[in-house]
Design a binder for this molecule. Structure first.
Ligand code: NDP
Length: 234
């Protein structure tokens, strides 16, 4: 079934792969971007998820162009890695503002349309770091773990209206974000990844696409790892 999909932070990486996956399925898709627009065949809407007005305007623009959002993929995220003794409050809060409050802003704004339609899918991109933690990522891991409680609360709030809220939790995926990691860290993570290799953005995209499908109607409040087995069981 053709659905209207909005992917935040979809000009590159996992968000772009996810948008392309939905487009290939015949869905109507737009992604948000901050400064660099997505490739030509992917519709883009400018949005900074740290700014409520910007999120509200982006969703309003989406609604004007395509109609109400039926599937939200809240993917935009950042890392600002620093050991806690050196991490400033600003560095802590900036990650919270993007990765957690940014998801709140988008989910709140699209929820009205979903409630009216009595159908919706919210998919939040977390990380295995939510459960595993990582030195230097207290801010990041806190936000990614926070998304689990957030999704599960929305699962309760919206369940009777056929709106599901799920978390997809990637492991080590080959994007700009992991290109910043040093090789020692990558080797360590791969040594505890049963599949032994990094994932591709499309590996995550396939799972997001499924969670947003009609076939996944009975899946809500779930945390679905796409991690090659990294941090399994956590
Ligand atoms: P990238 O760094 O490649 O992409 C991040 C995306 O988020 C970009 O589109 C970026 O936009 C956008 N973004 C960042 N801040 C904002 C903001 N304030 N407002 C709007 N958009 C913003 O990362 P990935 O594709 O790897 O990551 C996507 C998601 O997956 C993130 O939530 C990340 O935490 C998560 N994840 C990634 C893993 C990995 O191994 N790659 C592992 C686990 C989770 P812009 O281009 O403007 O900067």
């Amino acid at each position: 079934m053709n659905r209207r999909v909005l992917v935040t932070g979809g000009n590159r990486g996992i968000g772009l792969a996810t948008a392309r996956r939905f487009l290939l399925s015949g869905d109507t898709v737009a992604v948000t971007y901050r400064s660099t627009p997505p490739p030509e065949n992917v519709p883009g809407i400018r949005c900074d998820v740290t700014d409520t007005t910007s999120v509200d305007q982006a969703v309003a623009e989406y609604e004007e162009r395509f109609g109400p959002v039926e599937v939200l993929v809240a993917n935009a995220g950042i890392t600002v890695d620093r050991l806690i003794v050196r991490m400033s409050e600003e560095e802590f809060l900036s990650v919270l503002n993007t990765n957690l409050a940014g998801v709140f802003r988008a989910a709140k704004r699209v929820s009205m349309g979903m409630m009216k339609a009595r159908w919706g899918r919210m998919v939040f991109i977390s990380s295995v770091g939510a459960f595993f933690g990582a030195p230097g990522q207290a801010n990041y891991a806190a936000t990614k773990a926070g998304l689990v409680g957030f999704a599960r609360s929305l699962a309760w709030e919206f369940g009777t209206r056929n709106i599901t809220a799920n978390v997809v939790s990637p492991g080590l995926i080959d994007t700009d974000m992991t290109r910043d990691l040093n090789q020692k860290r990558i080797d360590l993570l791969l040594s505890i990844t049963p599949l032994g290799v990094m994932g591709e953005p499309d590996d995550v995209a396939h799972v997001v696409r499924f969670v947003a499908s009609e076939e996944a109607r009975y899946v809500t409040g779930a945390v679905i790892p796409v991690s090659g087995g990294l941090a399994m069981g956590q």
